[in-house]
Design a protein around this ligand. Structure first.
Ligand SMILES: [Zn+2]
Length: 161
């Protein structure tokens, strides 16, 4: 399942990408652009705009009208309505910044490009094959993974309760 998100959903787009879901997102995309892309590429449209959702439905585009402004609530809504699952590993993730696929790179490739302390203390690095940004299992990734886990935990709780 692949998505197009409206300009108000930048944070949601980044979180979905981290869980491996492809999301077309641009801060400057117009409604027409979103509708055209969703139609052509079979994307599920995510929007906070009721009027846009209505237009999409008339065109036969699958659309989810997002209720909350809180990103965790938004993720929970998508889990409920579309059955999305969130799991955050660099192997599965897409680049949160540009939606590009991450590829594993050797320690030698990052030497001189990242702080020496990081290069020495981390074994596996990933590079976005589109924008070139580096990622690795470190504090930052751990924080992200923990947040994703927390959302997963809330999901479990809301299903049981
Ligand atoms: Zn990227």
């Amino acid at each position: 399942m692949q998505f197009a998100a409206d300009a108000m959903l930048g944070r949601l787009a980044r979180w979905l990408r981290l869980s491996g879901y492809s999301v077309y997102y641009s801060r400057t995309s117009s409604d027409e652009d979103l509708l055209k892309r969703a139609m052509k590429q079979g994307l599920v449209l995510l929007t906070r705009d009721g009027a846009l959702a209505g237009r999409a439905e008339k065109l036969g585009i699958r659309v989810v009208l997002i209720h909350s402004t809180d990103v965790e609530e938004q993720l929970l809504q998508l889990a409920d309505e579309l059955g999305l699952r969130y799991e955050c590993t660099p192997v599965r993730a897409l680049c949160p910044l540009c939606n590009g696929p991450l590829v594993e790179v050797e320690k030698e490739d990052v030497r001189g490009k990242l702080p020496a302390g990081v290069v020495e203390s981390v074994d596996t690095f990933y590079r976005c094959s589109r924008c070139g940004k580096y990622y690795w299992h470190g504090t930052h990734w751990k924080n992200i993974a923990q947040r994703v886990e927390r959302i997963g935990g809330r999901l479990q709780a809301s299903r049981e309760g």
